[in-house]
Design a protein around this ligand. Structure first.
Ligand code: URA
Length: 241
């Protein structure tokens, strides 16, 4: 149960004061009756109509964003643009936040949600949610690199990493560059960059392609986002069981 004004404001029908106006004006019905009290408690599954239009209460929202470079994976920053600035006003639900972080220069799949419990589970080390990245490297990644990553690297500062999987897409020995895909099951700070640094290589471009059952849609332009489909959400909840 929650107050009618909160129900409507949470569903982005309008600001708290706009919602008060439309309630006072008799434009809202709850289970078939006009309700003029903003304080009226309503159930989440009540039939609420605004000018005859149903407002269905959805507590949690899930968006799949193709993060562009140059944007912070944070909810607010006094100077720099954050991923929340990419959301339309009506999608900026309370407590919506990115699930984990991508570096400012990293692009690709980022989940945004206000479902804190699911977010927490997806990030918890014990769930080992695999994440796959595409990277352009300065350096030639080869079978030795793949073996070292598969064995579990120890970084320069002594951090021990779980085994990862390296898939070499292209090696250019003249230019000393490689294109690879790497799958890891942890999310340590700058992990992919530090993994390749430990192998004497620099990550020039990094893009997240997938996270658990979610994959970056080919037609989702950088900076764009869309709600998860029901199938994607069901698959994601399965991971976090
Ligand atoms: N690893 C990194 O180094 N950076 C990212 O943004 C994600 C994984």
């Amino acid at each position: 149960m929650l107050r009618l004004d909160k129900f409507l404001a949470n569903m982005k029908v309008g600001s708290r004061s706009q919602v008060h106006e439309i309630i006072k004006a008799g434009q809202v019905t709850v289970n078939g009756k006009v309700c003029r009290s903003a304080k009226q408690k309503v159930k989440e599954d009540a039939e609420v109509l605004v000018n005859g239009q149903a407002v269905v209460y959805q507590q949690y929202h899930y968006f799949l964003l193709n993060k562009p470079a140059g944007v912070l994976s944070a909810t607010e920053d006094s100077r720099q643009k954050t991923v929340l600035d990419l959301l339309k006003d009506q999608d900026r639900y309370q407590k919506i936040a990115p699930v984990g972080r991508l570096d400012k220069d990293t692009t690709g799949l980022l989940l945004l949600t206000n479902d804190g419990q699911l977010a927490h589970q997806l990030l918890a080390p014990e769930y080992h949610v695999p994440k796959t990245y595409y990277a352009l490297l300065a350096g030639v990644a080869d079978e030795e690199t793949a073996k070292a990553i598969a064995a579990g690297l120890t970084l320069k500062d002594g951090t021990e990493l779980k085994p990862g999987q390296l898939n070499i897409l292209r090696q250019d020995k003249d230019q000393e560059q490689s294109e690879i895909e790497i799958t890891i099951t942890e999310g340590k700070y700058h992990q992919v960059k530090r993994m390749f640094a430990s192998q004497g290589m620099k990550v020039l471009k990094l893009k997240r392609l997938s996270m658990g059952p979610l994959t970056l849609p080919a037609d989702l332009a950088p900076g764009s986002y869309r709600p998860l489909t029901e199938e994607e959400l069901a698959a994601l909840k399965q991971v976090a069981l």
